[in-house]
Design a protein. Sequence first.
Length: 546
Amino acid sequence: MANETTAQVNPSKDHKSEFDALVVGAGFAGLYQLHCLRDRLGLSVKVLEAGGGVGGTWYWNRYPGARCDSESHVYWYTFSPELMREWEWSERYPGQAEILRYLNFVADRFDLRKDIQLDTRVVAATYDAAANRWRVRTEAGQTFTAKFLITAVGCLSTANVPNIPGLEDFAGEWYHTGQWPHEGVDFTGKRVGMIGTGSTGIQAAPVIAASAEHLTVFQRTANYSVPARNAPLTAEFLRYVKDNTGEIRAITHETLNGMGFRIEERLAVETHPDDRESLYEAAWERGGLQFRAVFQDMLTDKKANDTAADFIKRKIRSIVTDPEKAAILSDIDHPYAAKRPPIDTDYFETYNRPNVSLVDLRQAPIERISRVGIRTTEAEYPVDVIVFATGFDAMTGPTLRMNISGRDGLTLKDAWGAGPVTYLGLQVAGFPNLFTITGPGSPSVLTNMPVAIEQHVDWITDCIKYLNQKGLDRVEARADAADRWVAEVNEMANKTVFPLATHSWYLGANIPGKPRVFMPYAGGMVRYRQICAEVAAGGYEGFTLS
Ligand code: NAP
């Protein structure tokens, strides 16, 4: 089995600079895109990757407790039944190190490394209309050109370190969870301050608290969480996976979020309160994101959502023994799952440890970081280490920072000045032959990511194949099609409770100055897959092919 050491070798030795396609990013998306274009279409392809190894999200996010919230038997590629049978997961939810091993295994299994250049950050990409080529510049000053440019940069890869005054004066160490040191951080005997209680902070807190002298969690917005109930996989389950690869793939193609579970048909608002309570209780015991599947109307009817929200808030108050902490943790201001719902291992239980305290930033916001710690408007908290579990400039951040300019000098920054405008989350008008894997306007972060990624990569591969077969050179989303798509994205979001969480990163609200637009497509993976298939079958409606 491959291990991560092999990933540290940069095997891309050739000095060629002209390719059929350039792919930016070597995570789940980039690896599969390389395989499809090179091995299925026979194109020349180069992948440029900023990290020192493959793995994307799982290369960077090495914070304590980092683990996927999708269950392992659906959090992988399903394009190859052989690959599904060759790899064995060890736990119900795969941990960061295991996923990174898996992606390295895939890179070796499909001989991908030779076409990946590591430690290579793209700093500019410009479309040359006369030559119909993308010219891509790297931080080290290298230039590459290609007919097709495909961004596989992930939705959550631009770390957001909030601009809190005084950080430069802090005498201790500080880290963002999405840029965690490879050698790890030893918290033994240290006082740790962690800012942020999203999925990341909720995973990290219990693990940090287990070794730190003291952990102080700085919470701005209280959050829901449901127990993950992680456990080793049994031999019987592993056998089931090997024997049912086709069925597992099929389920992820039939479910709203590309998950391995189906959402029940029943409605919370029509279920007797006693039955509802039993159903929630059973889902709490089973654990995981599947909690969302208890009722059909949970994310579309606020009254239904209130029943789930109320259940979880009561659970929090029953777990956390200190009434003051329990009140702060359960004072949640948004509907359940309107922000990405975390799952956890002993998160709320962690607040019962004597070495863990909680600061309510809504009561007293952070004023500054001092030489010795974190100062709120009410008190100073001396710490040796600050952990920023403060999230990402999501969805648009990673693409925008590549400084992309399209036809007639139009920059992506300008094109998206009022929020991202895409057609199907796959293309942007004015940017011919540029594809954005799991871009804004696609289901992406509302789904089990590998499923969304495989669908996008397959669609892009088929589109390029179609162009080549027809002797065409260029595909570009039409502006009117993109406008119609944005209307569809808004319409779908407005049918759900998502927009009620006005501070969520789905809306860009976590980044000061970022336009507030609901970015992912909330119409579900099944509907989305069908729309994309129909567009392709209709000769790529909404795109100009030339
Ligand atoms: P996040 O959900 O954006 O949470 C960031 C946290 O930091 C929030 O509690 C936020 O508070 C707080 N924060 C941000 N700026 C702050 C400031 N200036 N002062 C005080 N608090 C501040 O980020 P994340 O937890 O890293 O998760 C991002 C996404 O990554 C998740 O939603 C999920 O999609 C993915 N993820 C997945 C997994 C998994 O599968 N296991 C694990 C981790 C992350 P507010 O809520 O008040 O803004």
